[in-house]
Design a protein around this ligand. Structure first.
Ligand code: ADP
Ligand code: SF4
Length: 691
């Protein structure tokens, strides 16, 4: 189908200093968890985006010197010639697909406490960067930079720029955002200096200006220089000569870089979870740039709608549509718009599992795109599977795992029958996506159902509660069982292990609520699962008119939610909705009127009066259907996947469903991930040095 002419503007080429981007889709720097230790993995991950039509693909933060060591976070480096080799693999991959390659030169200053390299952290004025609430604390405090340190910092950027050009990068970033060193110079909270780098805004931008000049001079103007700025705090600061300090900063720098990349200051607002933040949430902070500068501007906002993208350009907010998460969820987003296949876009759901992977120190994972991070290791392409399927597969259960299995199997060419006992497909997402803030998560179902409905080799069987005999009678060549997991009302015992089942009046699990139970209030929600569901259920019950007390074994609500940037917003929401928060406690008993609790460390007993208890704790997998079928059906024809195989988050179910479908009918040897010296830089030619 030809593309909608309304979207033509998105495919115009745009000049960035000496370089030209082929269209307006710009994959901005984002954490991928892929360090120099995995250069092939990283190159393949980014090449996929270039193949999918992004005109610029960028690295994540790339340290310019050992005094910026982000351990335990995975971080790329450009410290020496050996590092250069690992990056060149990615620039070659980007260029092969017609994209420009950008590198984000990074110095973390006080935010990088150099746990491995043991350098004293650097800062403008000795002010530490703390993030107590997200658990990334350190006992180290930074030292104050003197004039030599500042000269060194500028030189390190220049040296890194030379190496970056040699590695093949087209666009070199100076990074003054997200609490990192150049940003700390911009903000008076961090910068108390009395020399020419402190005091007035003019003085505070001096370092950034010098970094831009140094990078440009080091590469003799051959590379484009981008400036990444966090604007949230500065926009809130009054200025005597401009609407805000952000305006003043941009006015001073308006001609300095070839491109402005503008964003928020904190991970929770910059990479905000869709649960609390809509698409395009950066706009009120970054909307003024183009009124001040003639340089192109890129910004993000979890854009997946081409209409919103076009409006960002037409309104004069952005020149480039920046994408981090949308480019992970669908590397082929630009191509799909270009080819008039907007309905095929696998839209990011804003769950932030991707950022949690970085917090975990792992390669990026994505709920919507199970192939993310597996492009090289397993050779998975998000749009292409081998078309070798022969025969029929019955997939039982149409939750995230069953849907993904069915889709991938159908793409392989199998005749696919997908059955679910429910009238609506979607599994756990039927109910969960109706909880407050989680409606965008239903995109996991929408995308897959949209694709499945278009395929001639797929038959859908809703309202089909299949017994083992039904499955046998159906007679498919293969059966994939994706029947999900069950929540159980276990208490939480010693060492936070699930202990005995709590039996009694008005004790519920999420499955009861999903089945339509509305508990009598006041309700206690006891959460030792500690991801999103306990807090979402609490918010849901407030909406039903219940008084809610949320109790957790952890020190904060939705304790694992700090990994997905949700936790601060959960606390704000609890405060707004009047949900009482009790931490570091376990439930020890409930008689229908009185809930008994114990402090997890001291064992001190407490009692509160509630009428109902919802336990969000332990989920059990397994499948009676699978067990019954195992008796008589050969293992290579029967497959257990998703939560029924191992209960987890939706990302795990989708991944397992995909893997089951990719591997079905193949031998172990055919599906081995690459292990042959996976990180070695074989067959690699060192690029020539530039003049
Ligand atoms: P996952 O996250 O692994 O995809 P879900 O719990 O989201 O698991 O989905 C499992 C789906 O399986 C549910 O929609 C449920 O209705 C369906 N299901 C469970 N048992 C059967 C069965 N015997 N026949 C058909 N569908 C089933
Ligand atoms: Fe979007 Fe979630 Fe994928 Fe991240 S993990 S890109 S937020 S769908």
């Amino acid at each position: 189908m030809p593309r909608d002419p309304r979207y033509d503007i998105l495919f115009e080429p745009v000049k960035i200093g000496p370089k030209t981007a082929r269209n307006r889709f710009f994959q901005v720097p984002h954490a991928s968890g892929m360090t120099n230790a995995a250069p092939h993995v990283r190159a393949a991950f980014r090449e996929m985006k270039a193949e999918g039509g992004w005109s610029v693909v960028s690295t994540g933060a790339c340290s310019v010197h050992p005094s910026s060591d982000d351990t335990p976070f995975p971080c790329a480096t450009l410290w020496d010639q050996a590092d250069l080799r690992s990056h060149a693999l990615m620039t070659e991959a980007a260029h092969r697909q017609g994209a420009l390659a950008a590198i984000e030169l990074w110095h973390g200053g006080a935010a990088a406490v150099n746990r491995n390299t043991r350098h004293a952290p650097l800062s403008p004025s000795g002010v530490p960067w703390m993030a107590t609430h997200v658990g990334f604390m350190s006992s180290a405090r930074p030292r104050v930079m003197d004039a030599t340190d500042i000269r060194d910092l500028i030189r390190w950027h220049a040296e890194a720029a030379v190496m970056a050009e040699r590695a093949g990068f087209d666009i070199l970033y100076v990074y003054a955002g997200m609490g990192y060193l150049p940003y700390q110079f911009l903000l008076s909270d961090y910068n108390h200096r009395t020399d020419e780098y402190g005091g007035s805004v003019r003085n505070r931008v001096r370092l950034v200006e010098q970094l831009i000049d140094a990078v440009r001079e080091a590469t003799h103007g051959r590379c484009a220089v981008a400036l990444r700025l966090s604007m949230q705090e500065l926009r809130g600061r009054p200025s005597e000569v401009a609407p805000s300090e952000a305006h003043e900063v941009v006015t001073h720098l308006k001609d300095a870089p070839d491109l402005f990349d503008v964003k928020m200051d904190y991970s929770a607002t910059d990479c905000a979870a869709s649960r609390y933040t809509p698409e395009g949430s950066h706009e009120p902070v970054i909307d003024f740039l183009k009124r001040i500068t003639d340089k192109p501007v890129v910004g993000v906002g979890r854009f997946t709608s081409p209409d919103t993208m076009v409006s960002m350009i037409r309104k004069g907010v952005l020149d480039f549509i920046g994408g981090a998460r949308p480019s992970i969820a669908d590397p082929f987003l630009p191509k799909k718009i270009e080819e008039g296949r907007v309905e095929d876009i696998r839209e990011c759901i804003g769950c932030n599992i991707c950022i949690s992977s970085w917090h975990d120190g792992a390669w990026v994972r994505c709920t919507q795109n199970p192939t993310a991070g597996e492009e090289w290791r397993r050779g998975w392409h998000p749009e292409v599977v081998r078309r070798d399927g022969k025969g029929q597969v019955l997939v039982v259960g149409a939750g995230p795992a069953g849907l993904e299995s069915a889709l991938t199997l159908a793409r392989r060419g199998y005749e696919v029958a997908l059955a679910d006992k429910a009238q609506e497909f979607g599994g756990r997402l039927r109910w969960e996506s109706a909880l407050p803030g989680l409606n965008q998560w239903h995109r996991v179902v929408d995308y897959r159902m949209g694709q499945l409905r278009k395929m001639a080799n797929v038959s859908l069987y809703p309202a089909s509660d299949l017994s083992a005999q039904d499955v046998r009678d159906f007679g498919a060549d293969h059966v994939v069982v994706a029947t999900g997991a069950r929540w159980l009302p276990h208490l939480c015992g010693a060492n936070e292990l699930p202990s005995g089942l709590l039996v009694g009046p008005r004790v519920y699990t999420p499955d009861d609520l999903a089945a339509g139970v509305v508990p009598e209030g006041p309700v206690a929600v006891f959460d030792y699962d500690n991801y999103y569901l306990g807090s979402a259920i609490s918010e849901h019950l407030v909406g039903k008119g219940c008084t809610v007390t949320y109790i957790t074994t952890a020190g904060a609500a939705a304790a694992w939610g700090f990994m997905t940037n949700e936790q601060p917003l959960v606390h704000q929401s609890f405060a707004k909705k009047g949900i009482t928060l009790r931490t570091l406690e376990v439930v020890t008993g409930f008689d229908g009127d009185e809930l008994r609790l114990a402090q997890i460390f001291s064992g001190e007993e407490r009692r509160i009066a509630v009428r109902s208890l919802v336990i969000v704790g332990y989920r059990a997998g397994g499948s009676d259907l699978f067990d019954a079928l195992s008796d008589g059906m050969p293992g290579d024809r029967l497959h257990l996947t998703g939560d029924a195989n191992a209960p987890g988050a939706i990302v795990h179910a989708v991944y397992q469903g995909h893997k089951t479908a990719r591997e079905l009918g193949l031998t172990a040897a055919q599906t081995q991930p690459r292990r042959d010296a996976p990180f070695a830089l074989r067959d690699f030619q060192m690029p020539e040095a530039a003049e």
